[in-house]
Design a protein around this ligand. Structure first.
Ligand code: SF4
Length: 323
C-alpha cells in the first residue's frame, strides 16, 4: 500500500490579477521508504505541492479540491489540531536557506532540545543525549561543541544538517526536502544528498525531494515526477525516465540540463512557464511543444501508462503509440 496518495489535488491562488491554478489536478503516490524527486522549472508548482501536503499553504493560496491520503487518512479532512500533531512527527519538511529558518538567538542545543521534547516526547537527561545522537547521525563533527553554537557560527552545510537532524528527530515516516542544497557549494551538496539517502536506508523514512537539479534527483531518487505548470506530466522509475524520457517536456528538460562542469540552474527551455492565471487551453505544454498538433490545444491529455511502470500525460502515447 502507498504511504502517500495525492489525487486530483487543486491549489489555487486568489490574486488581484485573477485565480492562479498553481496545482490543477495533481496525481502521484509514494511507497513506504521510497524517495521521489519532484522536478521541473521554477514556477511549476513543486514547492506548493510540499506546502499543500502539510496544509501550510498561505493566503491568498487555498486547497480547493482533491485528496491527500497519508497512511490511509485523508489529510484534507483532519482538524487543524490533528494536522498540527502530524506535522513534524509523521511528516517533516526541510527548506532551502536553513540559516533563515534557525533563530539567530537560540543555540543549536536549545533548538534541538525543544524539538526533541515537543516532537519526540523525550524529557529529562535523555534530551541532551538524543541531541548528540542526532548530530552524530547527520555527521556533524565535534557534536558536543556544536550544541553551544549559534546559527551565525555554522556554515550553510552545517546549518542544513542541523535542520535535517531536527526534521528526523521524531522519526517521521515522510520527509519533504524543498531544494535542500540550494546555495551550498557542490561538495556540500553531494554530502547532503548522500546524507538524505543514508537516512532513508537506515530509518526507512520516505522522502519527496523537490529540486530543479536533475543531477541531484538522478543520484538519490527511486522515482521521478516531472512537473509542468501545476501538473505531473511524467512519472516513473528514475533510470527509465532519464534513459528514455517519454513526455516532450521531460525530453526538453533533459536535453537542456547542464553538462559536466556547468553550474547553476537548468537552462531555460525555449519559451517560458505559462501564466497560471490564464493557462493555455488543452495540454498546458502545447505552446512550447515541438510535437504539438491541433488536438493538443483543445483537449487536456490524461496520464496514461507508457511502459516500464511509467505514466505520461501526452496524446502521443495513446493506444500504444510510441514517440
Ligand atoms: Fe506535446 Fe501534444 Fe503531447 Fe502536449 S499532448 S506534450 S502538446 S504532443
Amino acid at each position: 500500500m502507498s504511504l502517500l496518495e495525492v489525487e486530483g489535488l487543486r491549489t489555487y491562488f486568489f490574486t488581484r490579477r485573477g485565480v492562479a491554478k498553481v496545482l490543477d489536478g495533481l496525481n502521484f503516490s509514494l511507497a513506504e521508504g521510497q524517495i521521489v524527486g519532484l522536478v521541473g522549472e521554477t514556477g511549476s508548482g513543486k514547492s506548493v505541492t510540499g506546502f499543500s501536503i502539510l496544509r501550510l499553504v498561505q493566503r491568498p493560496g487555498k486547497i480547493v479540491g482533491g485528496q491527500i491520503r497519508f497512511a490511509g487518512r485523508d489529510l484534507l479532512k483532519l482538524s487543524e489540531a490533528e494536522m498540527a500533531r502530524l506535522r513534524g512527527r509523521d511528516i517533516a519538511m526541510i527548506f532551502q536557506n536553513p540559516r533563515m529558518a534557525l533563530n539567530p538567538l537560540i543555540s543549536v542545543g536549545r533548538f534541538l532540545s525543544h524539538v526533541i521534547r515537543y516532537r519526540a516526547g523525550i524529557s529529562g537527561g535523555r534530551v541532551r543525549e538524543e541531541a548528540l545522537r542526532l548530530l552524530r547521525e547527520v555527521q556533524i563533527p565535534d557534536p558536543e561543541r556544536r550544541l553551544s553554537s549559534y546559527p551565525h557560527q555554522l556554515s550553510g552545510g552545517m546549518a542544513q544538517r542541523v535542520m535535517i537532524a531536527a526534521a528526523v528527530a521524531a522519526r517521521p515516516r515522510l520527509l519533504i526536502a524543498d531544494e535542500p542544497t540550494t546555495g551550498l557549494d557542490v561538495t556540500v551538496q553531494a554530502q547532503i544528498v548522500r546524507l538524505l539517502k543514508r537516512l532513508r536506508d537506515e530509518t526507512g523514512t520516505a522522502q519527496i525531494l523537490i529540486t530543479h537539479d536533475l543531477g541531484l534527483a538522478s543520484e538519490v531518487c527511486d522515482a521521478i515526477a516531472v512537473m509542468y505548470a501545476g501538473e505531473i506530466v511524467e512519472f516513473g522509475p528514475t533510470a527509465s525516465v532519464f534513459q528514455s524520457p517519454k513526455h516532450p517536456y521531460t525530453q526538453g528538460l533533459l536535453a537542456s540540463r547542464p553538462k559536466l562542469g556547468d553550474t547553476g540552474e537548468i537552462p531555460a527551455l525555449p519559451g517560458s512557464v505559462p501564466d497560471l492565471t490564464n493557462p493555455p487551453t488543452g495540454c498546458r505544454f502545447h505552446p512550447r511543444c515541438p510535437y504539438a498538433f491541433d488536438r493538443c490545444a483543445r483537449e487536456r491529455p490524461a496520464p496514461r501508462p507508457v511502459g516500464d511502470g511509467r505514466v505520461a500525460a501526452c496524446f502521443l502515447y495513446e493506444e500504444g503509440d510510441d514517440a
